[in-house]
Design a protein around this ligand. Structure first.
Ligand SMILES: Cc1cc2nc3c(=O)[nH]c(=O)nc-3n(C[C@H](O)[C@H](O)[C@H](O)COP(=O)(O)O)c2cc1C
Length: 346
């Protein structure tokens, strides 16, 4: 963000609105959210008419996420972080999803209002968790996740409009088998493999993608289908270790499958991940089956009200995952640029 832009904007704002350092902090909190392959598929702009931060789509994954659903999940997660940070800093986030049908790339707008609303989001605990949450693709211990903690996670998802269910061990086995099938298919698909490799296992330092120390091993028991980002699937070349024998999974679903539902699912996902982190849990995501429509439909219960599954979340206790990089904060105040329609692929 250019200093001149900021000075102009700040002059237009009341002094009771956040200053430029605060706005940068808000965006840093937003971009700490998870995104598929750590593409960070978002761009933030400060609208001129009010202290409103807009989230725009960019950096699609055309083969693995042709409709942009995963992109919307990531943007929804960033939006949730932004809401938490706004509340933590004493403001009230007023959120609109997909506020302008003529600008499909504008995914959400958050007006930063004066009235504090921090308590509604338990903003301090969750704000701290924003900076501590990382995916952990390492084996977890066999320690069970307490039922009361799982109830908190279910409630967190519900508050954002999605449903989180904790499947039985028998059902977990089935979900893992479907995920393993998706993992094999993706590996055999040359376009998807190349796309995945492009974002991971980079030799040179990068501000995006997944560094090799965050990838984690494969399961030596071959039960937990951890994503092979390098698309190599060769036991000789990939390290393997025994994973937990009784994994805890949670399944996140919505009642409909529109772009607004994807954004709600992303906010739910992030609320769940932050509550889990605040409880000392580690998490990692299993999204492979979501990338094949026929397999995705096998994850949900067609007779249930919430049958559009968006994510399987692996929960447990164990080592912290390695951090992943983030791009430098980017905010644009140019209204002409902000009004350019973008197509997020949905
Ligand atoms: C829509 C979506 C799909 C993802 N799919 C997977 C996955 O299948 N396997 C995995 O290990 N991580 C998955 N992730 C996690 C990302 O790889 C991770 O968030 C990103 O690398 C940033 O790292 P961090 O979570 O540690 O901040 C996914 C994240 C999102 C938002």
């Amino acid at each position: 963000m250019s200093a001149a832009h900021l000075v102009r904007q700040e002059a237009a704002m009341s002094s009771t609105y956040p200053d430029s350092a605060t706005l940068e902090k808000l965006v840093s909190a937003a971009v700490a959210a998870p995104s598929m392959h750590n593409t960070q598929p978002w761009r933030f702009r400060l609208a001129a008419d009010a202290p409103t931060l807009e989230i725009h789509a960019e950096r699609a994954l055309p083969y693995e996420d042709p409709h942009g659903r995963a992109l919307h999940l990531a943007a929804g997660a960033a939006l949730f972080n932004l809401r938490v940070a706004v509340a933590h800093l004493g403001w009230k986030p007023v959120t609109r999803l997909l506020p302008d049908p003529d600008r499909p790339g504008l995914l959400a707008a958050v007006r930063i209002a004066r009235q504090a609303n921090a308590r509604a989001l338990h903003a301090t605990d969750l704000y701290d968790a924003i900076w501590r949450r990382h995916s952990s693709r390492l084996p977890f211990t066999e320690e069970a996740v307490p039922g009361l903690v799982l109830l908190d996670l279910v409630e967190a998802a519900q508050l954002e409009g999605a449903k989180l269910t904790v499947p039985t061990p028998h059902e977990v086995e089935r979900l893992l088998r479907v995920t393993a099938q998706a993992e094999h298919r993706s590996h055999d698909d040359p376009y998807r493999s190349v796309e995945s490799r492009r974002w991971t296992c980079r030799d040179e330092p990068s501000d995006s993608g997944i560094p090799s120390d965050a990838l984690g091993p494969q399961d030596a028991f071959e039960r937990m289908p951890m994503r092979d980002f390098s698309a190599q699937r060769s036991q000789e070349r990939l390290p393997s270790r025994p994973f937990e024998r009784t994994p805890t999974l949670a399944c996140l679903a919505t009642g409909h499958d529109r772009r607004s539902d994807w954004l709600r699912a992303g906010q739910s996902l992030q609320h769940v991940l932050l509550v889990a982190t605040a409880h000392g849990l580690r998490t990692s995501l299993l999204h492979q089956a979501m990338e094949w429509p026929d397999l995705r439909s096998r994850l949900g219960n067609p007779t249930a009200a919430f049958d559009h599954v968006h994510m399987l979340i692996r929960l447990g206790y164990g080592p912290e995952g390695a951090p992943t990089p983030r791009r430098a904060t980017r905010m644009f105040l140019d209204l002409d640029e902000a009004s350019t329609p973008e197509d997020p692929g949905a």
